[in-house]
Design a protein around this ligand. Structure first.
Ligand code: ADP
Ligand code: MG
Length: 399
């Protein structure tokens, strides 16, 4: 996949109708936005378009209305928030690409901003229905994709519309693609990848692809136990995907053949059971990775592993991290994840964090501003690391 894509700075938007796909999938409670982070993140692109005299037509999905018109998932509250941040009226369409949207789009003056209704109110959206894509395209002269979180989906408003309009990236997508694209095509070395999280099976293809690229692969979190089992260790009641033990053996052999250093935990923090509630009090002890008692469950990496992993990160020039090292939602079991976040924060490497929970962990634990790039897309960043082509990016014009 070509990561060298045109952005809004590479084309003339003045006087043009610009359809800009954003990620306004914000959390709400009782009709109130509980975090406007995603709206704030979209503002640089919106302001650029306004300042350059475009006629701006914003669109996004919110939640999962599944083709039904659900008033509680209307984007009206988003229009209001953008309007407050912009200090300027945002015209709200009553539909996605129907009569009202068409009429309002036709009347836009240079620098005006309008917002379409929730794209997933239309059944065609998630099916990438050409009829909807055409209707969306008919509103505008240019398509801008600034929603990385949905870039791995081929939907009408994320990719289909680009069949009918010149398409470029907004600033958010541009940043994602340039930083992660560089890491995957031409990384500064040593290149270290850190994987964790709950399941090996989720990240199988990521491991396989990263082994082609990295100098060191660190595996922690719940996925480490299937690797430890593949080494012949007993893992007690820890997370184990028995069907993937052979796969892990293959990956260890591949790492060895390629000269990639594969690091696994050398000690783990264990408890009698998984904490319930997840952040409730829990009694733990630390054991060596080859001495996990049959009645214990591994829930975090131990101190020796923290030091081992941190020293591998210390000399790196590029670090990609996806998946927490332990059950970080529990303060007693967050130490491995904190140590890893600290190692990335202390490192002079280009550091990239992807994955919803890993990004949340970095933010929650206060490391976000010391990381080069925290990806806004969980699934999308994972597919990026897998080396897959993302429809919402592939559809953009090459530079
Ligand atoms: P991301 O969203 O960053 O890609 P995942 O969704 O794959 O990460 O995994 C995150 C989850 O993994 C967290 O909820 C965390 O509690 C869980 N987890 C981490 N280590 C373990 C472990 N040893 N046992 C069980 N669950 C774990
Ligand atoms: Mg997750």
């Amino acid at each position: 996949m070509n990561y060298n894509k045109k952005s809004i700075e590479d084309i003339d938007v003045s006087g043009k109708r610009v359809l800009c796909r954003c990620d306004f999938n914000v959390p709400t409670k009782n009709g109130v936005i509980t975090s406007d982070k995603r709206i704030v993140a979209a503002m640089p692109t919106i302001r650029y378009l306004v300042d350059h005299n475009a006629k701006v037509i914003l669109c996004s999905h919110m939640g999962k209305p599944k083709g039904e018109w659900k008033p509680e998932l209307s984007l009206k509250i988003v229009a209001k928030r953008i309007s407050e941040l912009l200090g300027k009226e945002v015209i709200m369409a009553a539909d996605v690409a129907g009569e009202d949207a068409k009429a309002k789009a036709a009347q836009l003056q240079d620098g005006d901003v309008m917002l379409l209704e929730n794209t997933r109110f239309e059944k065609g959206e998630t099916k990438n229905d050409p009829e909807l894509s055409k209707a969306l395209a008919s509103l505008a002269d240019i398509f801008v994709n600034d929603a990385f979180g949905t870039a791995h989906r081929a939907h009408s408003s994320t990719a289909g519309v680009a069949d009918y309009l010149p398409a470029v990236s907004g600033f958010l997508v541009q940043k994602e693609v340039s930083i992660m694209g560089k890491a995957l095509t031409n990384p500064e070395r040593p290149f270290v990848a850190v994987l964790g999280g709950a399941k090996v099976s989720d990240k199988l293809n990521v491991i396989n692809n990263l082994l082609e690229k990295v100098d060191t692969l660190i595996i922690g979190g719940g996925m480490a136990y299937t690797f430890l089992a593949a080494k012949g260790y007993a893992v007690g009641k820890s997370l184990l995907d028995e069907s993937k033990i052979d796969y892990c053996k293959e990956m260890m052999a591949k790492a060895e053949a390629k000269g990639v250093k594969l690091l696994l935990p050398v000690d783990v923090v264990v408890a009698d059971t998984f904490p319930d509630p997840i952040d409730g009090p829990i009694e733990v002890s630390t054991v060596d990775a080859d001495a996990i008692p049959a009645d214990k469950e591994g829930l975090d990496i131990g101190e020796k592993s923290c030091a081992l992993f941190a020293s591998a990160v210390k000399d790196a020039k590029t670090v990609v991290w996806n998946g927490p090292m332990g059950v970080f939602e529990n303060p007693t079991l967050a130490k491995g994840t904190i140590a890893m976040a600290q190692a990335l924060a202390d490192s002079s490497a280009t550091t990239i964090v992807g994955g919803g929970d890993s990004a949340a962990a970095c933010e929650q634990l206060g490391f976000a501003d010391k990381i080069t790039h925290i990806s806004t897309g969980g699934g999308a960043s994972l597919e990026f690391l897998e080396g897959l082509e993302l429809p919402g990016i592939a559809c953009l014009e090459d530079k």
